[in-house]
Design a protein around this ligand. Structure first.
Ligand code: 26A
Length: 345
């Protein structure tokens, strides 16, 4: 438990998704043209996956959606409800009720837009050993509109926050909302944090990503996402993660008084913190294979742990240590869920 923070100090926008998670054989992935440790948007040909997981693979239902995961984890560590506010769009159905309840239990102040004609989004989580592959059917999540953020009560929440976090995933849904939150953050000189989220975001949504990048104070990503960004930008093919990080922080920035920071994770290899042209490494304590339940949500949990300290104005090394702590915990639990009380010190 921490000292009292302002309610709603942290605002996030994203896709509220219910995860449908199961362990599957490799041929199941291959049958759908999917790769291990990837994340994609569902196309028509992927639609049977969800029913198959439930009928043939004893699927579990878990609260998901990348930003909402991060905020739930931040709340778990903070132990004070309603520090984090979440915006996203759900349907009017049982899945939305589950997400709402899980957000509430965690202490996240979720303000969902509700689509009456589209079901709540789902994400198939295909577990193969220590890998996970995600296939999101955004459904109602894709119906989010900027009007929701313009409603007076929600606008007040955005205006009053001191920290903002939006995933790259949300670029597939509503770039104008992202630009509007980024502009608010910039006008008030408050940090705006973003995530590269998945290789396909850099591959197919580079244009809106580059539009928002000048507003991004902290960019998160893993090695595959950073490499996808570098490749799409045409950066040298032999650029390693350190070099990519340095180039990410050097991209144009509106508020040049606060230089961009990049934080790049690489599974059980050290986390890289890149500021200016310096790179610092943070060791990750490696889990034994038998301790791993699944790696779904590990990246989100890292960000959640980071945010829980960042909103308390802790130093970056404490933030990153807490990110590693949270990711480790989530890997030892199904999906992006936690058990017991946090014991981060
Ligand atoms: C736009 N896409 C593809 C997505 C997602 C997503 N969250 C938002 N948008 N694809 C997968 N996820 C979520 O990522 C978490 C693991 O990092 C899943 O719901 C899962 O909980």
């Amino acid at each position: 438990m921490t000292s009292k923070l302002q309610e709603g100090i942290l605002v996030g926008c994203g896709n509220p998704l219910l995860d449908i998670s199961a362990t599957v054989p490799m041929h199941f992935l291959q049958g759908y043209g999917m790769k291990e440790d990837d994340a994609i948007l569902a196309e028509e040909r992927h639609m049977p996956i969800y029913r198959e997981l439930v009928e043939n693979y004893k699927a579990e239902y878990l609260a998901g959606g990348s930003v909402q995961n991060s905020l739930r984890i931040a709340q778990w560590i903070l132990g004070q409800p309603k520090v984090a506010v979440f915006f996203g769009c759900v349907g009017k159905d049982n899945y939305a009720d589950i997400l709402r309840e899980k957000a509430r239990e965690a202490g996240v102040d979720a303000h969902y837009q509700v689509s009456t004609d589209t079901p709540t989004g789902t994400c198939a989580v295909l577990i193969t050993g220590t890998h996970r592959s995600l296939c999101a059917n955004l459904a109602a999540a894709n119906k989010f509109t900027i009007d929701h953020l313009k409603q007076p009560a929600n606008k007040a929440l955005v205006d009053n926050a001191l920290y903002y976090y939006i995933s790259g995933f949300f670029l597939t849904v509503n770039p104008p909302s992202i630009m509007s939150v980024a502009a608010t953050a910039n006008a008030k000189q408050r940090p705006f944090l973003m995530n590269l989220s998945a290789p396909f975001i850099s591959q197919f949504f580079m244009e809106p990503l580059l539009k928002v990048m000048p507003y991004v104070d902290i960019i998160f990503g893993n090695e595959a996402e950073a490499h996808a960004f570098a490749t799409t930008q045409g950066w040298p093919a032999d650029a390693d993660l350190r070099e990519i990080g340095k180039r990410l922080v050097a991209l144009p920035k509106i508020n040049s008084a606060r230089p961009r920071i990049a934080i790049l994770t690489q599974g059980c290899d050290p986390v890289l913190l890149i500021q200016h042209d310096t790179v610092q490494e943070f060791e990750v304590t490696r889990l034994a294979v038998h301790e791993i339940v699944d790696t779904n949500g590990a990246g989100d949990a890292f960000v959640g742990g980071f945010l829980s300290q960042y909103v308390q104005d802790k130093s970056l090394d404490v933030c990153i240590r807490c990110g590693n702590y949270a990711a480790r915990h989530i890997i030892m639990n199904p999906g992006c869920t936690y058990s017991g009380e946090p014991d981060f010190v």
